[in-house]
Design a binder for this molecule. Structure first.
Ligand code: CA
Length: 382
């Protein structure tokens, strides 16, 4: 089998109601999708994660100009060989960010092809499924005005609860006083409902403020505290772990076995959060999971992309071992983005669905999805 064509689709749509996280206002949703075709007719789909503020054209250009020439005519089943070829060829201008997201998209598509070629889901190629379903957590609590939205966010918590979520991640990083007011309001709203919370500041603060926030929330029984400081401040991460009581999580802005290798070796996190569309793809998730496992660090993939990234993430989650084995060991959970996204779920014919508090791992071949091309045509930009 040979790769015969690689097509990139950049999708964008403005949001009727922009929303904010600590780093800025998200005014559009976008995606960089890649379609890898082979001479046998098998096609694989991949997605480069486009952060809320990231132009999707950067990864698209990296695929088109840097990666495509390396891949045309190659055997798509050589996933590990091609990963290293793409990484080494882009090292001097890549290593992090959108270039690695571009590699991620291709790598996901190659695994999708491999699954279709074998007639098996990707998790089977990764060594089998440790689980057939996963508990999702609701990611939400974005701001639509800025500060002072605690009452509205408390109501949002009730909506997630009614939808069946028992884990919720609250976006903080809008000033410590505002953050604490939000947490008090949400805490009151969910009291006695069996809900546990994570917090995520998207590295809004320096070490002193990050510690102040963590200490003030010590009695909230948080599942984790995500991205307390900037990804470059590995020492700061370690300080959070030493001085705060809740688990520290991070990694959506870290990349590859090299980045995560340093991050984990430094003792930066209790929970590593590679994003399959950004860390280097399914191959990179496999590298990172092995490094984390050896260090006793849990892996909980980050995902904020479209249905293709979600499907890839579900395949990775299925194949993740638990970090600390016991009879009732904690299992990885799935990030379920509840914020506005006009085309996320429509891209595939059978999007993931919450049923009885869980999401089933797709068992169809490859990523287990069928892409609806009419949706791509509708949202594609020139
Ligand atoms: Ca995050």
């Amino acid at each position: 089998m040979k790769i015969s064509a690689i097509k990139v689709h950049v999708l964008k749509t403005p949001l009727e109601e922009p929303f904010a996280f600590s780093q800025g206002w998200v005014r559009q949703r976008s995606a960089t999708l890649v379609e890898v075709t082979t001479d046998t007719g098998i096609t694989g789909w991949g997605e480069a994660f486009a952060q809320g503020l990231e132009p999707p054209e950067i990864a698209a250009a990296a695929i088109e100009h840097a990666l495509k020439p390396l891949l045309l005519g190659e055997d798509p089943l050589q996933t590990e060989v091609l990963w290293h070829r793409m990484y080494h060829a882009t090292r001097d201008f890549g290593r992090k960010g959108s270039v690695i997201a571009a590699i991620s998209a291709i790598d996901i598509a190659l695994w999708d092809i491999a699954g279709h070629a074998r007639g098996a889901p990707v998790h089977e190629l990764l060594g089998g499924a440790f689980r057939s379903q996963v508990t999702p957590y609701a990611t939400g609590f974005y701001r639509i005005r800025g500060k002072g939205e605690a009452p509205r966010l408390a109501e949002e918590a009730l909506r997630h609860h009614e939808a069946g979520f028992r884990l919720m991640k609250v976006k903080l990083g809008f000033g410590i006083d505002d953050d604490l007011e939000v947490m008090r309001a949400i805490g009151r709203a969910i009291e006695g409902k069996g809900v546990r919370l994570m917090i995520d500041t998207n590295h809004a603060y320096g070490r002193a403020e990050a510690l102040r926030l963590g200490r003030a929330l010590a009695d909230h029984d948080l599942v984790w505290y995500e991205e307390p400081v900037v990804p470059e401040d590995i020492e700061g991460y370690r300080e959070m772990r030493e001085k705060l009581s809740m688990p520290i999580a991070g990694g959506e802005n870290e990349h590859t076995l090299y980045g995560f290798g340093r991050f984990i070796a430094a003792g930066a996190v209790d929970i590593a959060q590679p994003d399959v569309g950004s860390c280097g793809g399914i191959s990179a998730c496999r590298h990172i999971a092995a490094i984390a496992q050896a260090a006793g660090v849990g892996v909980n993939p980050h995902v904020w992309g479209s249905a293709i990234a979600q499907a890839a993430s579900l395949q990775v989650i299925a194949a993740l071992p638990v970090a600390h084995h016991s009879l009732f060991a904690g299992q990885p959970v799935l990030e379920y983005d509840r914020s506005s996204h006009p085309f996320r779920q429509h891209l595939v014919t059978t999007p993931m669905r919450l049923a009885d508090g869980h999401i089933a791992i797709p068992t169809g071949a490859g990523l287990g999805i069928t892409v609806d091309r009419s949706v791509i045509d509708r949202f594609r930009v020139a």
